[in-house]
Design a protein around this ligand. Structure first.
Ligand code: ATP
Ligand code: MG
Length: 419
């Protein structure tokens, strides 16, 4: 189908360079889905017939780096933008029975994929993708859209998440797909088609077989988006939260959990409004704060005391995010942001505080808390010194007070994420 989609000129350049070198190449996956939904894509993934080594030859060693083991692909950097360039694959039919000898075979589901590196054609590549809405290919040079499964465009229109192939098998092959399905529900208000939904309900327990590093990556993406609260709600509604973040599942419906969702929502609004930068550890701190308050017997809105706060913060973060999922560097960063709330609540602003690296995030959390607790966030914003570093100054945009939209659309996401 002929269609003109607003693709970044750099992404178009990467695709056309591959085509001129004699390969087939398209923009694939989430970017096309987002553009058809009239949302700005956060990045452009590229699918092509070139192998990772060939991609590296085309762009040179300095611009192209091969990464991954289970799923090998090439990171191409061009004009400061990063592109994930993957080679067309076919469905791993013999889901690696031979390749699984190193793993503990008895405990793994029979069809779990442990390697996905068999090259294929563009059509085969579309069919091995997770959902029809994620399997659209776009050639930005010819301005041609390809819907190889024949259902992607329709499913975008009706906002339906439909697994490609047999849903139960697709979830068994890779349980992370369940999480990905529900992210579409949380982010875009999609609904699952009935077969996909039934298979998901029947497969939830398989999530414990998913690799913890992949779950960590997904979790980082979730907290690095402005939809974290909506994603958590979708995970809860479909029963996945119990297997993904069991502590939050246990707390669901309690006042601290409601407060965590409110803090996350406020953080997400401020992110979408461009009032503060994207920070995964800030989102983690928002989620953890009410549970720290609970442990310390502090009512919401009351100052956090210094006494015992360090161990309470530690305990809560570990319970919610570690050891299974969250990256240690992010947890440590969230820990510092929470610990600094004690100093804010004392009303002091020692030099060590506002010159510390965590200060911008800590200050932002203080503003978010003030807003959620019914105070005057603008006053808090004025009272506390602006972050000192050039980076933080640039991130913080005082005086800008855009109106809050009801149906928020993403403004910035992954590409902007910082600790
Ligand atoms: P976003 O990047 O906005 O979170 P996305 O769909 O682009 O969403 P990526 O992780 O960037 O997610 O993956 C790019 C594409 O790769 C997907 O759109 C999908 O076609 C395919 N894909 C990703 N993960 C899987 C998976 N587990 N199984 C099958 N296909 C997948
Ligand atoms: Mg993507």
């Amino acid at each position: 189908m002929k269609i003109k989609l607003p693709i970044s000129s750099t992404a178009r350049y990467v695709v056309s360079t591959l085509q001129e070198a004699g390969f087939e190449a398209y923009i694939v996956g989430g970017a096309i889905r987002d553009l058809l939904l009239e949302r700005p894509p956060k990045d452009f993934d590229i699918g092509c017939s070139a192998t990772p080594e060939e991609v590296r030859q085309v762009f040179g060693r300095r611009n192209a780096r091969i990464i991954g083991k289970r799923f090998r692909l090439t990171h191409v950097t061009w004009k400061g933008e990063l592109f994930e360039v993957s080679t067309f694959r076919k469905a791993p039919v013999e889901a690696g029975h031979n390749e699984r000898t190193l793993a503990n075979e008895e405990e793994l589901p029979e069809n779990l994929i442990v390697s996905d590196n068999s090259w294929g054609t563009a059509v085969e590549d579309a069919w091995r993708r997770d959902f029809t809405v994620n399997a659209l290919f776009y050639d930005p040079v010819r301005e041609e859209l390809y819907d190889h499964t024949g259902m992607g465009l329709e499913d975008i229109k009706s906002k339906t998440v439909r697994a490609i192939g047999e849903p139960a098998l697709r979830f068994e092959e890779d349980p992370v797909r369940m999480l990905r399905a529900l992210k579409l529900v949380g982010q875009f208000d999609f609904t699952l088609d009935s077969k996909t939904e039934n298979a998901l309900f029947a497969s939830l327990e398989l999530l414990k077989h998913a690799s913890s590093s992949r779950l960590a990556l997904e979790l980082e993406k979730i907290f690095g988006s402005s939809y974290a609260d909506r994603h958590l709600r979708a995970f809860h509604d479909y029963g996945l939260l119990e297997y993904f973040l069991p502590e939050l599942y246990k707390a669901w419906g309690t006042p601290p959990m409601e407060r965590a969702l409110a803090l996350l929502y406020e953080r997400n609004c401020r992110l979408d409004e461009g009032r503060y930068r994207n920070s995964v550890s800030l989102a983690m701190a928002c989620t953890a704060l009410p549970f720290v308050e609970e442990l310390l017997n502090v009512a919401p809105g009351e100052p956090i005391p210094a006494k015992k706060s360090g161990s309470a913060i530690n305990q809560v973060l570990e319970k919610i995010f570690l050891p299974q999922h969250m990256m240690i560097r992010l947890t440590l960063s969230a820990e510092r942001v929470l610990a600094q709330q004690v100093i804010f609540d004392k009303g002091q602003c020692p030099r060590e505080l506002y010159t510390s690296r965590s200060y911008p995030n800590s200050r932002e959390l203080k503003i978010i808390r003030t807003a959620v607790d019914g105070g005057d966030p603008e006053k808090t914003d004025r009272e506390w010194p602006l972050p000192q570093t050039a980076k933080s100054k640039e991130d913080h945009r005082p005086g800008k007070k855009p109106r809050r939209r009801k149906n928020r659309k993403p403004k910035q996401e992954q590409s902007d994420i910082q600790q």
